[in-house]
Every structure is written in C-alpha cells, then in structure tokens.
Ligand binder design. Structure first.
Ligand SMILES: [Zn+2]
Ligand SMILES: [Zn+2]
Length: 173
C-alpha cells in the first residue's frame, strides 16, 4: 500500500494528496479473530516538514467481528483520522525514537503505509464488541440466544455453591 513520495521528498513545504484502496488479506493482520468485510481506504495529504514527511489521512475499513455476549458475527465499520511521520534520514529516525516519539522509516521513492495502518486499527479497536448495546447474550445454562428466545433456566434458582457440583462430570467411576 504505497504512497509515491518522489516529488514531495525533494524539498520542505511540498505536499500532495493521496487516495489509496487496498484489499486487505487476513495475513496482513496476523490475528485470526478479525475478519474483513471490504477493502481498506486511506485518503489524505502528505507534506514535507523538513526533517520528515507527515502523512495525514482518513482511514475507513469494514470488519466482521464477533459479539462478545451472543457470539454472532456482525459488520463493524471503523473510521480513523491518522497523523504519522516518516523519515528517510537515519539520524532523524534515531533521535526521534530516543525521545519516544514514534516515527517510521522509509527509503526510496515510496512509503508503505500498510503496517502503520494495521497497527492503528489494532490500537483503536474496542476491548470487546457488542452486536447491540443491550445484547442479552447466551444463557449460561442451556446456551440459547436470549435475543431470540426465552428459557426458564434463571427460574430454577440454583444455589451457586451447588452449581459447581451440578456441572461436575464423573469421568473416573
Ligand atoms: Zn450479541
Ligand atoms: Zn437457558
């Protein structure tokens, strides 16, 4: 996923627009739980600020995620405003990283933004997904989807101390 910077990198003050579309592969994530529903798009502007090139853009991607409560899959659209810096100067890169500022390194006439974008997606995902704010989830006893059906398990009033024994399986008789 490349931005051509052949012209921008020549002198400070130069800038140009970019518009990228990329069909993400599962292997780009290295995370099996995250599925993709569509391509990733990233549009914005790159500007030469002297020591580094600043990439400012808007990312949009549709994921397919699993509800934390009922385990159903549902589409989840993520949009992010991104601002990151890239440099092709080793000295600048080392100095900035020593100050704990995150800055990416590039060489040649193009910047590959894929790794940076995937990282941003990860950082901005919620800890858990819910298909709807009041998802009722699955019954812990019989496993039915409580959004679709009702069960009577809750009425059985199992004493929590005995619930452990109830589920205990006697494998060695
Ligand atoms: Zn749900
Ligand atoms: Zn139940």
């Amino acid at each position: 996923m490349l931005i051509n910077v052949g012209k921008v990198k020549i002198a400070a003050g130069k800038k140009q627009d970019f518009s990228l579309q990329y069909e993400l592969k599962e292997s780009d994530f290295g995370y099996e739980d995250l599925k993709l529903k569509g391509p990733l798009s990233f549009n914005g502007e790159i500007e030469n600020l002297g020591k580094f090139l600043q990439v400012k853009g808007h990312l949009q991607v549709d994921l397919l995620v699993q509800c934390d409560r009922c385990l159903k899959e549902f589409p989840y659209g993520l949009t992010l405003d991104i601002e990151e810096s890239f440099t092709n100067r080793q000295d600048v890169w080392e100095a900035e990283n020593e100050e704990d500022k995150e800055i990416y390194f590039f060489s040649g006439d193009s910047i590959d933004v894929l790794e940076m974008l995937v990282k941003q997606i990860y950082l901005n995902l919620p800890m858990r997904f819910l298909c709807q704010p009041d998802c009722k989830g699955l019954c812990p006893h019989c496993g039915i989807d409580l959004n679709e059906k009702e069960c009577h398990c809750a009425e059985e009033q199992i004493d929590p101390r005995w619930a452990v024994l109830k589920d205990f399986k006697f494998d060695k008789e």
